[in-house]
Design a protein around this ligand. Sequence first.
Ligand SMILES: [Zn+2]
Length: 80
Amino acid sequence: MNSSYYKYCIVPQCKSTTIKTPNKLFIYVPNNEQIRKKWLKLARRDDVHSLSRNSRIYFCADHFDISITITDSSVLYHQK
Ligand SMILES: [Zn+2]
């Protein structure tokens, strides 16, 4: 098992991880501070500052119906 492959969804109450839900798509939150802030706000993570700026954080695909306001070209998932 390669632990560096492990991903989990940072959205509160979401239990998706690559172990529990291996078939779920995990979207890497860009390292760009502006974008990251925007995404975390959508996820209602008020504790943004507790996340290291360089940490790898992910959303699972479940949330991409609420996140279509994200217009950053790389991601436009319309699941559901
Ligand atoms: Zn999730």
